[in-house]
Design a protein around this ligand. Structure first.
Ligand code: HEC
Ligand code: HEC
Ligand code: HEC
Ligand code: HEC
Ligand code: HEC
Length: 409
C-alpha cells in the first residue's frame, strides 16, 4: 500500500500549500494601492495553482485558445491598433473579456497592457478563476455583466462536491447554462452602437438546438467520465479544451451538397451549404473573422481551369466611411453575409466546360479564412510571432470539403 501513502503525503503537501496560498493570505480585493500584481494573484489565483489537483482540466485548458487569450500575436497586434486608435483612452476595453479580472482591478489596466505586450505575460487571460469565481451574470445589461466574488469559494456544477482543504466549493446552476458564456460571447464593443447588427451569435435563442435544451456547454464542453480532481473517483466531468476552430467539432459545423450540370459549353455547379451550428458561422469577432467557400475546377492533367470563392462574414466602415477589419473602429456594418443559425445557403457557379478532357474534378471546400487587414498590421503580427509568416493565423482552417469527378461525353 506504499502507493496510498505516497498519495497521502502528496495530498498533505498540496493541502498545506493550498492553505498557505489561499487561507492564510487575506483576500484584499485590490484595496491597498501599490500591491499590484500580488493582490491580483491572490484574488485570482493563477491556473498553475489549480493544476496540482486538477491536472486533467488544466491540461485540456492549457491546450485551448482560452489559455492564450492575451498571448496570441494577433491579439497583441490588434491591441496595439486599438490603443493607437483610442489614444490611450479606456485601456481596459479589450481585457474585459480577454483577461476579465481587470473588471475587479480597473486601476491596473496599465499592468495588463504591459503584460500582454511583453508577449509572455505572467498574468492569465481567461484562466480557471476567471470563470469559477463568477457568481452571477446579469443578463438585463447589454452586454451582460459578470459578478465576481473573490474569496475562498469556487463555484462549479456539482451539488455533491467532495470537500477539500484548498478551497470551498459551491454549486451554481449558472455553470451548466449558456449565460456563463454569453457574458463574453454575445457582443463586442464597436465605435458606434451597432446593436444586434453586430451580435456574435445571431438569432441563436430561436435555433432548433436551443429549443431542444442545448447549452453552449453541450457542444463546447462535452461531457466525459473521468477524475474531477486528481485521485477522486470517476464521475461526469466536462471537457475543458473548448473545441471550436480547433478540434473535431468543426466537422459538425456545416454540410455541403454539390450538384454539377454540364450543358454543352457551359457548366453550372450548385452548392447547397447548410449551417448546422445553432449560432452564426462564423462568429464575427475579431472583425476579419470569415469563412470562405472555395470552388476549384481541375481539368486536363489536373490543371486548375476555374476558381471562385464566396465569403461569409461582415464588413465594417469606420467614421470616415473607410472599410476596416477592426470592429472597435466600426460605426457601420456595410455588408453581412454571415451564415445564420440553421441557415441553408445556395450558391451557383457558372463557367466554361473544361475542354480536351474526358472528365474534370469539382473540388469544394469550406474554410476559416486567414487573417486580413492593412499590410502594417499583418507585418506586425508576423514580427510579434515566433513563427513569423508561419503563424497559424495566416493559414486557412479546413471545416468540410467535397471532391467529385465529372465524366464528359
Ligand atoms: C471571460 C470571458 C469568457 C467567458 C466567460 C467565456 N469565454 Fe469563450 N472565449 C473567450 C475569449 C477571449 C476567447 C478567445 C481566445 C483566443 O483565441 O484568444 C474565447 C474562445 C472560446 C472558444 C474557441 C473559439 C475558436 O475560435 O475556436 C470556444 C469554443 C469558447 N470560447 C467557448 C466558451 C464557452 C462554451 C463558454 C461558457 C462555458 C465560454 N467560452 C466562456 C472569452 C470567454
Ligand atoms: C465582449 C467580449 C470581448 C471584448 C470586449 C473583446 N474581445 Fe476579442 N474575443 C472575444 C471572444 C469571445 C473571442 C473568440 C471569438 C471566436 O473565436 O469566435 C475573441 C477573439 C479575439 C481575437 C482572435 C483570437 C486571438 O487571440 O488571436 C482577437 C485578435 C481579439 N479577440 C482581439 C480583441 C481586441 C483587440 C479587443 C479590444 C478592442 C477585443 N478583442 C475585445 C471577446 C471579446
Ligand atoms: C470559460 C470558463 C471556464 C474556464 C476558463 C474553466 N472552467 Fe472549469 N468549468 C466551467 C464550466 C461551465 C463547468 C461545468 C460544465 C458542465 O458541467 O457542463 C466547469 C467544470 C469544472 C470542474 C468540475 C469537474 C469537471 O471537469 O467538469 C472543475 C474541477 C473545473 N471546472 C476546474 C477548472 C480548472 C482547474 C480550470 C483551469 C485549468 C477551469 N476549470 C477553467 C467553466 C470554465
Ligand atoms: C488541494 C487540491 C485542490 C486545489 C489546489 C484546487 N482544487 Fe478544486 N477541487 C478539489 C477537490 C478534491 C474537488 C472535489 C471534486 C469532486 O467533488 O469530485 C474540487 C472541486 C472543484 C470544483 C467543483 C466545485 C463544484 O461544486 O462543482 C471546481 C470548479 C474547482 N475545484 C476549481 C478549482 C480551481 C479553479 C482551482 C485553482 C484556483 C482549484 N480548484 C484548486 C481539489 C483542489
Ligand atoms: C449544437 C452544438 C453547438 C452549440 C449548442 C453551440 N455551438 Fe458553438 N459551435 C458549434 C460547432 C459545430 C462549431 C464549429 C466548429 C468550428 O468550425 O469552429 C462552433 C463554433 C463556435 C465558435 C468558434 C467558431 C467561430 O466562428 O468563431 C465559438 C466561439 C462558439 N461556437 C461559441 C458558442 C457559444 C458561446 C455557444 C452558446 C451560446 C455555442 N457556441 C453553442 C456547435 C455548437
Amino acid at each position: 500500500m506504499s502507493h496510498r501513502i505516497a498519495v497521502g503525503l502528496f495530498g498533505f503537501v498540496v493541502i498545506l500549500s493550498g492553505l498557505f496560498f489561499w487561507t492564510l493570505v487575506p483576500f484584499s480585493q485590490g484595496a491597498e494601492d501599490g500591491a499590484t500584481k500580488t493582490s491580483l494573484d491572490k484574488a485570482f489565483p493563477q491556473a498553475t495553482k489549480c493544476k496540482r489537483c486538477h491536472e486533467r482540466a488544466y491540461e485540456e485548458w492549457e491546450a485551448s485558445p482560452l489559455s492564450r487569450s492575451i498571448h496570441s500575436p494577433a491579439f497583441r497586434a490588434s491591441l496595439h491598433e486599438y490603443l493607437t486608435f483610442s489614444s490611450g483612452q479606456d485601456k481596459a476595453r479589450c481585457f474585459r473579456c480577454h483577461a476579465p479580472h481587470i473588471n475587479e482591478f480597473p486601476e491596473q489596466a496599465e499592468t495588463f497592457v504591459t503584460q500582454a505586450q511583453s508577449g509572455d505575460p505572467a498574468l492569465d487571460g481567461v484562466g480557471c478563476a476567471q470563470c469559477h469565481l463568477i457568481q452571477h451574470v446579469d443578463r438585463t445589461k447589454q452586454p451582460p455583466v459578470p459578478k465576481y466574488v473573490t474569496g475562498k469559494t469556487l463555484f462549479g456544477p456539482y451539488k455533491d462536491f467532495v470537500h477539500n482543504l484548498a478551497h470551498q466549493s459551491m454549486d451554481l446552476d449558472l455553470f451548466r447554462k449558456t449565460d456563463l458564456c454569453l457574458n463574453c460571447h454575445l457582443a463586442v464593443p464597436t465605435a458606434a452602437n451597432l446593436g444586434n447588427k453586430n451580435d456574435l451569435l445571431g438569432s441563436w435563442a430561436a435555433s432548433a438546438s436551443v429549443k431542444s435544451g442545448k447549452q453552449c456547454q453541450t457542444c463546447h464542453m462535452p461531457e466525459q467520465v473521468g477524475e474531477s480532481a486528481n485521485g477522486e473517483k470517476k464521475r461526469t466531468i466536462a471537457n475543458h479544451s473548448f473545441p471550436g476552430r480547433l478540434g473535431k467539432l468543426r466537422q459538425e459545423a456545416a454540410k455541403l451538397d454539390v450538384a454539377t450540370q454540364v450543358k454543352g459549353a457551359q457548366t453550372t455547379v450548385t452548392v447547397t451549404l447548410r449551417n448546422l451550428v445553432p449560432h452564426n458561422l462564423p462568429t464575427t469577432h475579431p472583425g476579419w473573422a470569415s469563412v470562405m467557400l472555395d470552388l476549384t475546377i481541375k481539368g486536363k492533367n489536373l490543371k486548375t481551369v476555374f476558381n471562385d470563392q464566396r465569403v461569409y462574414g461582415r464588413t465594417y466602415a469606420d467614421a470616415k466611411g473607410t472599410p476596416t477589419v477592426f470592429d472597435f473602429k466600426a460605426v457601420k456594418v456595410v455588408s453581412d453575409t454571415v451564415l445564420k443559425p440553421d441557415e441553408t445557403r445556395i450558391e451557383t457557379f457558372t463557367f466554361p466546360t473544361p475542354k480536351d478532357t474526358r472528365s474534370f474534378d469539382v473540388e469544394v471546400s469550406l474554410n476559416y479564412a486567414p487573417v486580413t487587414g492593412p499590410p502594417a498590421f499583418l507585418q506586425r503580427i508576423e514580427a510579434e510571432s515566433t513563427k513569423g509568416a508561419q503563424d497559424p493565423v495566416f493559414q486557412p482552417i479546413p471545416i468540410v470539403s467535397s471532391v467529385e469527378n465529372i465524366p464528359l461525353r
